[in-house]
Design a protein around this ligand. Structure first.
Ligand code: NAD
Length: 364
């Protein structure tokens, strides 16, 4: 199925109606596909319906529609959204299921076992996992060749990137069909092997880890490092990014990838992350991380990080962080995680890099 062959009217099952599931549902509905949405939490389903309606309305406002027909456009898509009370119903009705429930292997395996039992042998079962192994999620099914990862980024309707992750057993035709599907939703697909962190979460790991190393070594301050990376074309510096994402989330991801790759020294999470997590200083959401926030706005660097500046030039700081990212990009390509071209696209669209590592290298 090429993008041209993908026609309106596929039935997309979505399991988990949280931030990701509702965003993915919106994308499918925008393109005229049908959505069968399932969640164990009734309130989550109601909240998702509101979010999807608002998201469709925002999308409609950007289309060149007659103002009178905006509501019709939204309603015309919302009629293709229905709720399923059971996983069996999702499996039974969907052509493709995308699971976006909680990040727990045990839970995902339970869900995949039930979907596998309820769906036709041709149904594709996809997971939006950020960090779990596709092979492990497919393991309880009788169709590992029809199981793959479709890793959307948050918020799904805004972020164009989708990492299409083939497990060791995934059939090439299934990867092609899933790629065509997400491309028909206006996404840009890159292909990743089933390796820890896939492309973005792994190759971009040194963006924060290397910055933390410089801080541990007192080679530069929080503010110097953030400013240097912003000057290099990034919308946020590493510490601003960690404060926004949440230290708990970043630290868990850092540990997961470090563990998954066999605990290499270069990606070892920083004691500074552990210290902040232990102290409950998780970033913006708690009012303090690397910076302090007052009424949701950044007030100053946190006392703990109010070091005096060092003599490093911003270009030296940025070069150190970026060369660590570049080295990880080379390692990932050498290990067969992805093609260099896909790594470039993934880092630009998934991590807001002004250029991909290989593009940067080619530009000298
Ligand atoms: N939030 C992100 O930035 C992001 C990005 C990419 C991938 N992911 C991954 O996507 C998945 C969902 O993340 P999220 O941020 O949307 O989480 P979320 O907490 O917003 O939503 C998860 C939803 O799953 C539901 N759920 C729990 N158990 C269920 C079950 N047994 N059956 C059906 N639904 C169930 C919950 O009620 C909740 O509504 C996770 O695997 C996560 O790692 C998240």
């Amino acid at each position: 199925m090429s993008p041209a062959e993908h026609h309106v009217g596929m039935v997309i099952g979505i399991v988990g109606a949280g931030a990701m599931g509702s965003g993915i549902a919106q994308l499918a509905l925008e393109s005229g596909d049908e959505v069968v949405l399932h969640d164990v939490d009734e309130a989550a389903l109601e909240h998702a319906a509101d979010r999807i309606r608002d998201g469709l309305a925002r999308r409609a406002a950007r289309l060149d529609l007659d103002p009178d027909s905006i509501d019709d456009w939204v309603d015309g898509r919302l009629v293709r959204l229905r709720h399923a009370t059971t996983l069996a119903q999702v499996g039974d009705e969907a052509d493709v299921v995308i699971e976006a429930a909680l990040e727990s292997l045990e839970l995902k395996q339970t869900i995949f076992r039930a979907l596998d039992a309820a769906s036709s042998p041709s149904t594709i079962l996809a997971t939006n996992t950020s960090a779990l192994s596709i092979a492990a999620i497919a393991e309880p099914t009788a169709r590992p060749q029809r199981v793959l990862g479709l890793h959307f980024f948050n918020p799904a309707p805004v972020m164009r990137l989708v990492e299409v992750v083939a497990g060791p057993a995934t059939a090439g035709a299934v990867v092609d069909q899933a790629t065509a599907l997400v491309e028909s939703w206006g996404r840009t697909a890159v292909r990743s092997a089933d390796r820890p962190g896939f492309i973005v979460n792994r190759v971009n790991r040194p963006f924060t880890i290397e910055a933390l190393r410089m801080l541990e070594q007192e080679a530069a301050t929080v503010e110097q490092i953030d400013e240097a990376l912003r000057d290099a074309g990034f919308p946020l510096g590493p510490f601003e990014l960690m404060d926004l994402t949440g230290l708990d989330v970043t630290y868990a991801a850092a540990n997961g990838i470090w563990d998954g790759l066999g605990r290499p020294d270069r990606l070892r999470p920083s004691p500074i992350q552990a210290e902040l997590v232990d102290a409950g200083r998780l970033g913006r959401k708690t009012g303090e991380g690397f910076y302090r926030y007052v009424d949701g706005r950044r007030a100053a660097v946190a006392d703990r990080f109010a070091a005096t500046s060092t003599g490093l030039a911003p270009s030296q700081i940025a070069a150190r962080v970026l060369s660590a990212v570049d080295a990880e990009a080379h390692r990932a390509v050498d290990e067969g995680v992805a093609a260099a071209h896909d790594v470039d696209i993934a880092l630009r669209l998934g991590a807001a890099h002004p250029q991909g590592p290989f593009e940067r290298e080619a530009a000298g």
